[in-house]
Design a protein around this ligand. Structure first.
Ligand SMILES: [Fe+2]
Length: 385
């Protein structure tokens, strides 16, 4: 736990039902007069990017649309999106969608003002100059991308997920409208909700947590644990959708400052090599990494068992930590997120290669409450098989 800390987040956060209508005002305040509207085909088909476009145009902002964002986007997608911004003479980016669309929008904005290729910027603080201004609207709860200085891409050549971390990736404003998540299908609600939960758990147990991030992360875990089942079971429940968006936001604000850790490191090779969705790969690895980490995070898990409603008065920390792991497994089962590697059609023979891949994610392993070797990583994958 860091006793001295700095906290950074998105400077303007607009939250609430109907806040999508303020997209134009926020974009204008950010200095945007001609926006590249970045989205993906699903969000476009649902009519959500159209709503954002209308809000932008009604504020007098011209709009050029880039709607070809894919999930687990490749490096090439950033290049195409940045070209669209250049060709369209856009002076800002508005991105609406899940984490992939937001990450692509963030990266395209900095690639307009910095000399590429993007490979130069994988790592921490390697982007020299601020990008075009950005406004981000998430449609899932979620990755927290709207409040993080991070964007993740798939490097197909190296079979790795790679992160860019820079303060220039923070948007000028984030607009979180829970109504935009009402149409999110149950499977995506479940997987992205588990991702947000894991941001809270990994932030709370990060060795770089602060008194401020732990406060946000604890509240995020409590809120998500109390609303994810309802949001999954009844997607039209606006109350549950609102709580989920709050939880996802708080978890994002927390981990943007404390970092996430080994669960995410183990998920990376599954996403890069086998295209397992981010929330699913994280969920599969969660209990096994938690069991490994338990000796290094006993008190922290015992605390979170309280947030989860899984603790009983008088229980020891060990019992409380075990109750927390059982509770996250039960939640994943209830909302039908797979929990074994074999269910993802990942061949067992891939485990040694994936374990090597985990060890390369030093950016995240550096936050983990227990150090690990490649042998440990392999054993954890085997336990999850
Ligand atoms: Fe995540």
């Amino acid at each position: 736990m860091d006793q001295n800390w700095i906290f950074r987040t998105t400077p303007r956060i607009v939250f609430g039902c109907g806040s999508v209508g303020q997209a134009g005002i926020e974009a204008k305040a950010a200095g945007i007069s001609r926006a590249l509207l970045v989205t993906d085909p699903g969000v476009k088909a649902a009519g959500i990017s159209g709503t954002v476009e209308k809000a932008l145009r009604s504020a007098g902002i011209e709009v050029v649309v880039y709607d070809a964002v894919e999930s687990d986007p490749r490096i090439e997608v950033v290049e195409m999106c940045a070209s669209a911004a250049r060709d369209g003479k856009c002076d800002g980016v508005v991105a609406v969608g899940g984490g992939s669309a937001l990450d692509i929008g963030k990266l395209a904005a900095v690639m307009r003002t910095n000399e590429g290729p993007i490979g130069k910027f994988f790592g921490i603080d390697l982007i020299p100059s601020p990008g075009l201004p950005t406004v981000l609207l998430p449609t899932t709860s979620g990755t927290g991308s709207e409040v993080t200085p991070i964007a993740v891409l798939s490097d197909e050549g190296e079979h790795l997920k790679k992160g860019v971390v820079s303060p220039y990736l923070f948007p000028k404003a984030a607009i979180l409208d829970p109504a935009l998540t009402l149409g999110c299908p149950p499977g995506v609600t479940a997987a992205s909700g588990m991702d947000a939960l894991i941001h809270g758990i990994e932030s709370y147990t990060s060795i770089h947590a602060s008194r401020f991030t732990e406060f946000l992360a604890y509240k995020a875990v409590e809120t998500i644990a109390g609303s994810l089942r309802t949001a999954y079971a009844n997607g039209a429940d606006l109350e549950a959708r609102t709580r989920m968006m709050e939880g996802s936001l708080w978890a994002g604000m927390a981990f943007a400052n404390s970092g996430v850790a080994a669960v995410h490191a183990f998920a990376y090779p599954l996403g890069a090599e086998f295209h397992v969705p981010h929330g699913v790969s994280n969920t599969v690895m969660l209990p096994y990494v938690m069991r490994y980490n338990m000796v290094g995070a006993l008190r922290r898990y015992a605390d979170l068992a309280g947030a989860f409603g899984a603790a009983r008065d008088g229980d020891s920390d060990v019992l409380r930590a075990e109750a927390l792991i059982a509770a996250v497994e039960r939640l994943a089962d209830d909302i039908r997120v797979p929990r074994r590697l074999r269910d993802l059609k990942v061949p067992e023979t891939a485990i040694p290669m994936m374990a090597e891949g985990v060890m390369k994610v030093t950016r995240l392993l550096a936050n983990n409450p227990r150090t690990m070797t490649v042998q440990d990583a392999e054993a954890i994958y085997r336990s999850a098989y």
